[in-house]
Design a protein around this ligand. Structure first.
Ligand code: IPE
Ligand code: IPE
Ligand code: MG
Length: 253
């Protein structure tokens, strides 16, 4: 009988997802459970980011996208937003040498221009420092919102049509993809969301068309490398049909 447990199976390096995206949720609840300020949860969450990025690189993941701050998160209390920006700045400064050492290229998706200027400056330094690294891409989704991303793509395409650079007949799925923040990137193979919420919260609505989704109850600060590996093993057991018939059930050639 086929066991449902993946604990006993090794991770198959041949069938790893290339692009893993994580909706890192649950920092606030982690802190609340400990009667601490939400910011403490974000601080602890930063440690998890560090360990999961390292794990992804060690495991041979090609691209990891971390949803760190949404367009909607600007509406949180001013002090929390300020603390999140401060933590982001600290993270991007303290990790840049490690990224370089491990050949990780950092990329940003989202409204970089909305970040405080001092954060933008440090982000730019990290982008420049890591731009030639080629072992893994770390995509940070900052002030990212999928609807805004799509609206922005539509606006760019409309402007190109107005200036006759494009014709409306040129509009294809690929053209739209090429105007998103994720242009040049493959769609996520696997989207993980922590803290048990069954929603995408405005994350990669276009790109998630055929992503495998895994939701775990663990709050982001408690998320570990071991759990990450179990999720990757679970992914490896899935049958990605893309609307077609499974290879193993199709017998008509
Ligand atoms: C995720 O944790 C971090 C961000 C969205 C910036 P939350 O802060 O959303 O934590 P919960 O959902 O309130 O527990
Ligand atoms: C999604 O988490 C955004 C990030 C993880 C950055 P939220 O906590 O903002 O999502 P909702 O409000 O629960 O949908
Ligand atoms: Mg949340």
């Amino acid at each position: 009988m086929k066991s449902n447990s993946t604990q006993d199976l090794p991770l198959d390096p041949e069938t790893l997802p290339f692009h893993v995206a994580i909706i890192m949720d649950g920092n606030g609840r982690w802190a609340k459970k400990r009667l601490m300020n939400r910011v403490k949860g974000h601080e602890q969450g930063t440690q998890t980011v560090r360990s999961i990025v390292t794990a992804a690189r060690e495991l041979g993941i090609g691209m990891i996208t971390l949803y760190a701050f949404s367009t909607e998160n600007w509406a949180r209390p001013k002090l929390e937003v300020k603390a999140l920006m401060m933590l982001l700045k600290k993270f991007i400064i303290s990790e840049r040498e490690e990224f370089s050492k491990n050949q990780i290229r950092v990329n940003i998706i989202g409204q970089k221009h909305r970040l405080p200027l001092d954060v933008q400056k440090e982000v730019d330094i990290t982008l420049a420092l890591t731009k030639n690294n080629d072992k893994m891409v770390l995509n940070l989704a900052l002030s990212y919102g999928s609807r805004e991303e799509i609206a922005n793509a539509v606006k760019q395409i409309a402007q190109k049509i107005e200036s006759k650079e494009l014709d409306s007949k040129d509009i294809t799925q690929d053209l739209i993809s090429d105007h998103l923040y994720t242009k040049t990137m493959p769609d996520p193979d696997l989207i993980i969301r922590t803290s048990g919420e069954y929603r995408l919260s405005n994350f990669m609505l276009w790109q998630a068309a055929y992503s495998e989704i895994y939701i775990c109850d663990t709050l982001w600060p408690d998320f570990s490398k071991d759990e990450f590996i179990e999720i990757l093993k679970n992914y490896q057991k899935r049958d990605r049909r893309f609307g077609k018939v499974s290879c193993s059930t199709s017998n008509d050639g």
